[in-house]
Design a protein around this ligand. Structure first.
Ligand code: PLP
Length: 376
């Protein structure tokens, strides 16, 4: 959302070129909503969503923990003031020497999803806590993360047993229901699978203690979304249904839901043209798929676009970026309605862009500089 602070910043600073502006007040509010919605869960902010130092410092000062995917992200979280016990190495695909670096930094919490990864952790980070990621179907998510990470629940039993046998602390199970998940029942299905893993291992005397319920909490793009409170209630109900009154420790890892609505991209119309009379208009912005809007891939994420001519008649158009790559088209299969009067030089705001934009932006592809960001 373009808050008054963001609008004032753009009006007074008039930054040249496309840029992201993030309002820290909104990040603070989001963190408080998550805390209130799931008071018994520890929050691990997914650093990859937006690793701006000011965001990490704010969250560290509020007591957040951090889910990291690389040694560089671990260093960012440490620099922001988080102690190692508040950082997880949540990527299931790690080099053994990176695990060793993380261990030197004091990180003792690792994600795994196969025995080979358990063996690496056992060698490079002996005695650490590990949780095994299980596959989730990703249904109901606009940006599914299924397939690449996790194993089936039956295999998670083998993975965690191997961890136990190799002297690691078989701590729990994790899943990710898919990003921008708007189906509140998605957590219920994953928690049913999780309980199955807990039960099978308990029979062998291995008592898991933690469920990492991942991210997936949505941010508002074009459609309304349920509140954090509604998510909290649905998740708490599902936990109670499957675990009864012996609730495990829980973790959530919001990324998009923590920062998405805190950021707005300012961009400018470079060209409006047609390929033939009676054909769709093409609107070219000075930002595209390679400049930070990578999540428009397959037109998955549809952002809210605000123009200075809103209120005029709308006409669908193809929306494209400025680079010389024909893949640099954001919306074409489902054209985007924009005012007919929109013209070259108009400044346009793309809302809800606080997550997964700056970090996806290419470095100097076609000579365009990476997306600049201002955190206010
Ligand atoms: C990306 C990621 C997240 C954040 O997901 P969102 O849908 O942005 O909340 C959380 N956990 C893990 C392990 C991730 O890879």
């Amino acid at each position: 959302m373009a808050t008054q602070r963001i609008i004032d910043f753009l009006a007074t600073r008039r930054p040249e070129g496309p840029c992201l502006v993030v309002d820290l007040d909104i990040v603070r509010e989001n963190y408080e909503h998550f805390e209130k919605a799931l008071p018994a869960s520890r929050i691990f902010y997914a650093v990859k969503a937006n690793p701006a130092p000011q965001i990490l410092s704010l969250l560290a000062s509020m007591g957040s923990n951090f889910d990291t995917a690389s040694v560089a992200e671990i260093e960012m979280a440490l620099n922001a003031g988080a102690t190692p016990d508040r950082i997880s190495y949540g990527n299931t695909i790690k080099k053994e020497r990176d695990i060793a670096r993380a261990y030197e930094y004091g990180i003792r919490l690792y994600a795994v999803d196969c025995v080979a990864e358990v063996e690496k952790v056992a060698r490079a980070a002996p005695g650490s806590r590990v949780f095994c990621r299980i596959l989730a179907d990703g249904e109901g998510a606009e940006w599914p993360l299924s397939r690449k990470f996790g194993c089936v629940p039956e295999m998670a039993v083998d993975v965690l047993r191997a961890a136990h046998q190799l002297g690691l602390d078989a701590y729990g199970v994790s899943f990710h229901v898919g990003s921008q998940q708007t189906d509140l029942t998605a957590w219920d299905r994953a928690l049913a699978d999780t309980k199955g893993v807990f039960d099978l291992l308990a029979k062998e005397g291995i008592n898991l203690r933690m469920v990492n319920m991942g991210g997936g909490f949505p941010t508002r793009y074009l459609k309304d979304i349920p509140t954090a409170q509604a998510y909290g209630e649905a998740i708490f109900d599902a936990l109670s249904r499957h675990f009864g009154n012996r609730l495990p420790e829980t973790i959530i890892e919001p990324g998009r839901g923590m920062v998405g609505n805190a950021g707005v991209i300012k961009t400018e119309v470079v060209l409006v043209s047609r390929k033939a009379d009676n054909d769709n208009r093409w609107v070219y912005l000075d930002i595209g798929k390679f400049g930070g809007l990578a999540e428009t891939m397959d037109e998955a994420i549809r952002y809210q676009i605000v123009t200075p001519r809103d209120g005029d008649t709308l006409e669908p158009c193809v929306l494209a970026g400025p680079t010389c790559d024909s893949a640099d088209v954001m919306y074409e299969k489902a054209p985007y309605p924009l005012p007919v009067s929109l013209t070259i030089g108009d400044e346009v705001l793309i809302e809800g862009t606080g997550a997964y934009t700056t970090t996806y932006s290419a470095v100097a592809f076609n000579g365009f500089e990476p997306l600049r960001s201002y955190v206010i």
